[in-house]
Design a protein around this ligand. Sequence first.
Ligand code: EPU
Length: 430
Amino acid sequence: MEKIVINGGKPLCGAVNISGAKNAIAAILPATILAQDVCRIENIPNISDVTYTVGILNSLGAETKLINRNTIEIDTSKVHTYMVSHEQTKHMRASYYFIGALLGRYGRARVAMPGGCNLGVRPIDQHIKGFELLGASVSIEENAIIDAHAASLTGSPVYLDIASVGATANVMLAAVKAKGLTIIENAAKEPHIVDLANFLNTMGADVRGAGTDVIKIRGVELMHGCSYAVIPDQIEAGTYMVAAAAAGGDVLIQNVIPKHLESITAKLQECGITVEEYDDSVRILSNGRPQKCSLKTMPHPGFPTDMQPQMTVLLAIAEGTSYISDGVHENRFRYVEQLTRMGASIKVDGKLAVVEGVEQLKGAPVLADDLRAGAAMLIAGLTAVSGTTEIENVQYIDRGYEDVVAKLRALGADITRVYAPEPNRLAKVV
Ligand code: EPU
């Protein structure tokens, strides 16, 4: 069993480069199926979610070639099936993007239900509603396989009951080759939605309005290959920002889009942390104890739910009492139990956590319950001034953080991965 071992209490200093965005590439890789051609994608994060997704593309008949550690070429001209098995989808929530992409290409998709982090019940009714409005018949067989088919897809207004990231992207994927105009209302506005739209347009699609809550997609007959670079990961950047704020120090976080980080920057400043913004980097300067602040997670441009566990660690050592409310997912406070083992004082009542700041955390053996819970454990371990933190279930952290141990060690952290080095994940599947 692999573990990450941290002896905390050391400030972080230096510079760190942020990788490509996990939740953008999660939709962009399946979208290549629509091109029936060769796409070259740069700034791919070397994370296990990408490994799984490339594995699915390969099993569908795509030819993939790794050009270098973060660039891949994908030829989807020989994709020959619309079926994706449970074995392939069980690791990842984003496997549901194969439904939209295969439906868009073939008018048919049979994809097993998605896996992914356990954040409570995560329905996909809005995805299904969108496919049905485009003219597809969708059934869920034995609660396990989603079967969608359409003689032809026709553009339609799609009003989403909630601004779901997954449903917005999936409807876009299915609609780009449908006949006529699709209008998604109450669309998600996250940066990765805009990145997917830009990628689809680079392949010849006609998608407008991404980044607002109305997205218009005029179907095109043909799409083609392209060359594209994925945006930097907002949440990886935010995680290093909070890590530097919590552990103290002076860290330059490079290859970021500061606009995407504004809600995180604002909260850190409320806590008394200095954040300097440059064109494509942010610098965090932190010493002394942070101040309390309260936050509520919201869809973009609100404070992202994917940063909530990391921020809770900062507030756990802040002066004063903070209130954190997270209603995006059903249950995103499971990790609190682990933090209390490290001395945090946090009470959870449904979707609200009350955090009484303590002076310091102490190292302890903990579990990464899911991806961002794992990020929170890393930050807690870096912050703990006494004892050693041993994090188990590191496979969750590998889903979304490229070379996290090496990146933190380069910033001066005393952190080791025990039993195996960080692998070059893409090289294993391509
Ligand atoms: N929901 C429904 N019906 C739907 C879709 C969503 O009820 O049809 C509800 C569920 O409760 C769900 C919540 O709305 O939990 C949020 O769903 P959304 O579709 O917005 O999120 P997602 O597609 O499941 C993506 C990210 C998550 C991120 C959320 C919110 C990917 C692969 N995953 O999930 O990322 O938390 O958007 O921003 O893009 C992570 O990176 O750690 C992560 C969990």
